[in-house]
Design a protein. Structure first.
Length: 509
């Protein structure tokens, strides 16, 4: 590691009665990857938002390159050489990569020199192995490619400190591995990198140092080579004991909840993303969907929920054909959807906690009285959700955008499991969550299945699928490669199916 480039001393940040950071001190050296670890709501993102000028600290000091600084805006931070890639990317989908980078640059002129900008992006891409087509529209890019664009934006502005919030949460294992190779290249070039993460093995394998935050304070700081899962777990969750999720056992009911017959659906570009997909899911069953991201999982969830039409085939829910049914009808018949993008599809970030609780039922009688909202019933429901699912929040009337990712996810799941649905589609429900929040959400889904709800669990974590599911279907290029009983297969066979190696189906779909 090189010289000390940044020092945050005794940073304190409060939101009303909630203290997000309390006397937090952090040192960052040039040439290092420094991981910030902690539960959702521990104060990691808040601390970095203070560093990048999004929030003004209520106490403490920041020293950058040996000088005391006051960072009042993200623009000032970027001009100083401090930039952040947020969990939810800040790109304009209809513009090209070059246009997005140009809009972020400081030396904008009236007209964009497309070729010059593309050449600059290509040079930056080659230097740090950030492969991306500068002329492509952002909406045409994979999530991994969009993340590279965000990094290129910062490098183009001359960033010396790069902060990435949960960078691997939306990536395939292969993309995550490549991303950390890129970050290591940047560190080797003298830049300092901060990675906010929940994944212990990931930070132990890729970081130089690790700082753990707990309840807004620094719990531990260590060299990555000295870290162990036991030490990190104790620092993250304290003395609280986590219940180990045991492999699911027991006979599944023969009663069919969902039957999909040769369903085909298109992606956003009009290309078939789901091809002749047929499966049957039973009452009380957790049916896993495995596969590398981008092989039709998103389209599958959206087709069942009614967000995307099926161009052919049938969907039968408890004996009723819902292939052409509206989203409202599907909700009324007991379909709940936990989408992979909680802030754009699941919740409305600008609305408060109470308003997000009633999003699906504001037209019914549950929260209305004679055509008017029943505020007393809404408040009681919100308080019940907060209490039952331990949702940390700064107040029921504050926007959910101010809540941590894990607490946003718990709110979304609380709403979707309320009222005992017939079917829950859960797409990557624990992605980007800390170990405590992840185990809580897994327990909720297991409890729902025990009560008779059918659950479709879409996940890239094979260990999670083997612990949670009764059966697993594998998607590759939009096709169902096979269905296996979870006790009749192993990781090796599922891995082969994920790669497109098809063999005879051992368990009926």
């Amino acid at each position: 590691m090189g010289e000390l480039i940044l020092e945050m001393k005794n940073i304190t940040k409060t939101f009303g009665s909630v203290t997000a950071n309390k006397d937090v001190s952090l040192q960052l050296y040039a040439g290092e990857i420094h991981a910030l670890l902690g539960e959702n709501g521990a104060g990691k993102s808040t601390l970095m938002n203070v560093l990048t000028g999004i929030y003004k600290p209520d106490g403490g000091e920041i020293y950058y390159k040996g000088k005391k600084v006051s960072i009042r805006s993200p623009k000032q931070a970027v001009n100083m050489g401090i930039g952040m890639v947020h969990q939810h990317f800040r790109l304009i989908p209809t513009l090209s990569v070059a246009e997005n980078v140009y809009l972020y640059s400081e030396d904008r002129k009236f007209m964009l020199n497309q070729k010059k900008m593309e050449d600059m992006i290509r040079e930056c891409s080659e230097r740090f192995n950030l492969s991306v087509d500068a002329s492509a529209k952002v909406w045409q890019l994979s999530v991994g490619e969009q993340q590279r664009v965000e990094i290129i934006k910062l490098l183009y502005r001359g960033a010396e400190i790069l902060i990435l919030d949960e960078p691997s949460a939306v990536l395939t294992p292969q993309e995550a591995e490549q991303m950390f190779k890129t970050l290591r290249k940047m560190a080797d070039a003298g830049k300092a990198v901060i990675v906010i993460s929940h994944k212990m093995n990931e930070v132990m394998n890729n970081a130089n140092r690790i700082t753990v935050l707990k309840d807004g304070m620094v719990e531990d700081t260590m060299l990555a080579k000295d870290a162990t899962v036991e030490r990190l777990t104790k620092a993250v969750v304290g003395d609280r004991q986590l219940e180990e999720i045991k492999p699911k056992e027991g006979k599944v009911s023969d009663e069919c909840v969902l039957q999909m017959e040769a369903v085909t659906a298109m992606d956003d570009k009009g290309i078939p993303a789901l091809k002749d997909f047929s499966v049957t899911v039973h009452k009380g069953e957790i049916f896993g969907i495995a596969g590398v991201a981008g092989n039709g999982q998103r389209e599958l969830g959206e087709v069942i929920a009614g967000l995307r039409p099926a161009v052919s085939g049938k969907l039968i829910l408890e004996g009723v054909d819902v292939t052409k049914a509206s989203i409202r009808t599907r909700i009324s018949k007991g379909i709940s959807f936990i989408p992979e993008d909680r802030l754009h599809t699941g919740l409305v970030p600008g609305l408060n906690l109470k308003e997000n609780v009633i999003l699906k039922e504001f037209k019914g009688n549950k929260y209305c009285r004679r055509g008017l909202l029943n505020f007393s019933a809404i408040e009681k429901a919100a308080e019940r959700f907060v209490s039952k699912y331990e949702i940390k929040n700064g107040g029921l009337d504050l926007p959910v955008s101010l809540m941590s990712g894990g607490n946003q996810q718990k709110l979304l799941i609380a709403r979707e499991v309320d009222g005992r649905p017939a079917l829950i589609i859960a797409a990557y429900p624990v992605r980007g969550l800390d170990i405590g929040a992840a185990e809580t959400i897994r327990e909720i889904l297991l409890e729902e299945s025990k009560n008779g709800t059918a659950v479709i669990l879409i996940s890239e974590e094979l260990e999670e699928i083997f612990k949670m599911c009764d059966r697993v279907g594998v998607l590759c290029n939009g096709e169902l490669m096979g269905v296996r009983g979870i006790h009749e297969t192993d990781l090796n066979e599922i891995g082969k199916l994920m790669s497109g190696e098809r063999n005879e189906v051992k368990a009926h779909a």
